[in-house]
Design a binder for this molecule. Structure first.
Ligand SMILES: Nc1ncnc2c1ncn2[C@@H]1O[C@H](COP(=O)(O)OP(=O)(O)OP(=O)(O)O)[C@@H](O)[C@H]1O
Length: 484
């Protein structure tokens, strides 16, 4: 499997940059929640995750009774045995009744899947793949919770549909950010390890194709701006020959204006093409639009109460001032001894300010937002993946799709809101979904700095119908004393 990573830090492409940066300000209007109810406190219920962590965490000294400390010190990692148990639970989104052997996959692809350490398909893989691999090809609009293996599902379908004897692009996959495009390319590379004849080309910012060139790679993975440029201006591949079109994070591609126009323009130029849409969230209007766009698609939807994952435990800390908020972060920093954390800010300005202040105070943190150039962004993400920095301070640009295994904690320094300052529930779900991937445990902590933010938090809680427990700031202070 050869993927073309070379030369993608060449010349700047301002149009693509502007569009990619829009993702930071994604605003899918939040829906009004039902009546607000008071936040629940952690209980001693054996089903309560906190109680679960308490009993499992035998190594903690008895004096360290703080909830936050326990949460952050606990290894939130599932062993393969635990994952096996989860995958046998019919209520889990990772449940599968079948094995990869039962799926209509080529032997080389099964080999690739096993080489990645996958033992059994997740629910979305098990149910989407027979549809995606059927003859004649069927269209699919699929929803499945974050971290449940959607990427593997569509990558397996993409690889299955390639005819390596034909040296032109046959599969096109669009992602909203180039980090995500690169990550998907990596999955293609790993899963296609035993199909070395299948070649991938990235259509991302700063990749360029000389005029008159015709691409010979089989799969194009890219962002909408660059793909539009290549399809309609450079004309280095023929959209009419694309047999599979995949829209990852489909809801944001449909709901964000620039991406919407480009994705639809591309879709309209396809002929006899199988279309697949994947996301963890679909706003009602977006789903309606998607169903109109692909009227004959099989639709796999989740009920609202199924959208958020029980293995991600949600908390909030009440802060009375910006200083309190900063203090909460600085304190949390001290307790990140295992795993890693992503801290989401609503603007680049806040993210930069927070990172600068933490660094000034002697903490080691990474900062990633849309204003950084390509090489900086990739360098920062690679360092975070490699745990060189355990904390990544970022914006919505990293809210979707990014899969960094060791992330055990997501902090919403600012809660996600749309342009009307209403709760952006979809972005919330994607942000917290950066932890708790594929059955692992995860923690999400929201900083609430006043009545308006509390309303936003209540809306999010009511929207998903899941408790968001209060963490007492006094505990945090207590922890600090214990730690020193
Ligand atoms: N069948 C499987 N067995 C074990 N691990 C798996 C399996 N499928 C996927 N994974 C792993 O689970 C993690 C999450 O998968 P993936 O990134 O595909 O989720 P996703 O549903 O696309 O998430 P998001 O909604 O955030 O885009 C990845 O690290 C992936 O390697």
């Amino acid at each position: 499997m050869a993927s073309n990573y070379s030369n993608w830090v060449d010349a700047a492409d301002e149009q693509e940059k502007a569009l990619a940066n829009q993702v930071e300000n994604i605003a899918i209007a939040g829906k009004n929640g039902s009546e607000e109810s008071p936040a629940e406190a952690p209980t001693n219920d054996p089903d309560d995750p906190v109680a679960e962590i308490k009993t499992e965490d035998k190594d903690l000294p008895a004096s360290e009774k703080s909830l936050l400390q326990k949460l952050l010190r606990t290894k939130l990692v599932q062993s393969s045995k635990q994952l096996e148990i989860i995958q046998k639970d019919p209520t889990s989104p990772l449940f599968s009744a079948t094995s990869f052997e039962d799926l209509p996959l080529r032997p080389e692809l099964k080999k690739g899947v096993y080489a990645m350490g996958f033992n059994a398909p997740s629910r979305i893989q098990e149910s989407a793949l027979p549809i995606l691999l059927s003859e004649p090809p069927q269209n699919l609009i699929a929803q499945s919770q974050s971290g449940t293996g959607k990427t593997a599902a569509f990558v397996l379908a993409m690889l299955s549909r390639v005819n390596p004897a034909l040296n032109y692009p046959q599969v096109l996959c669009l992602s909203p950010t180039y980090e995500l495009a690169i990550q998907t390319g990596k999955v293609v590379e790993q899963m296609g390890k035993f199909c070395p004849e299948i070649k991938v080309r990235f259509a991302i910012r700063q990749e360029s194709v000389p005029q008159g060139t015709k691409l010979t790679e089989h799969i194009i993975i890219g962002t909408p701006g660059k793909v539009t440029d290549w399809a309609f201006r450079t004309r280095c591949f023929d959209l009419g020959k694309i047999a599979v079109f995949c829209l990852d994070e489909a809801d944001v591609m449909i709901a964000t204006q620039g991406y919407h126009d480009q994705s639809i323009k591309i879709h309209r130029s396809l002929k006899n093409c199988q279309t697949m849409l994947f996301s963890a969230t679909y706003d009602i209007d977006v789903m309606r639009f998607a169903e109109k766009l692909i009227p004959d698609a099989t639709v796999m939807r989740l009920k609202r109460e199924e959208e958020s994952l029980d293995n991600i435990k949600q908390y909030y800390i009440e802060c009375n001032s910006p200083e309190d908020k900063y203090q909460a972060i600085a304190t949390i920093y001290g307790f990140i001894t295992v795993g890693g954390a992503m801290i989401f800010c609503q603007t680049r300005r806040t993210a930069t300010w927070l990172a600068t202040k933490l660094v000034k105070d002697g903490h080691s943190v990474a900062l990633l937002h849309g204003e950084l150039d390509v090489s900086q962004r990739i360098d920062v993400l690679n360092r975070f993946r490699g745990s060189h920095e355990k904390i990544l301070i970022t914006t919505n640009v990293m809210a979707r799709g990014i899969d960094v295994e060791q992330v055990t904690l997501v902090v919403n320094y600012d809660l996600p809101t749309d342009m009307n300052h209403q709760a952006d529930c979809e972005t919330y779900l994607h942000r917290i979904g950066r932890t708790g991937r594929f059955g692992k445990m995860g923690i999400a902590i929201n900083l609430v700095d006043g009545p308006k933010t509390m309303v936003v938090l209540s809306r999010i809680r009511d929207h998903f119908g899941k408790p968001i427990h209060k963490l007492n700031i006094d505990d945090v202070t207590e922890l600090e004393q214990l730690e020193s």
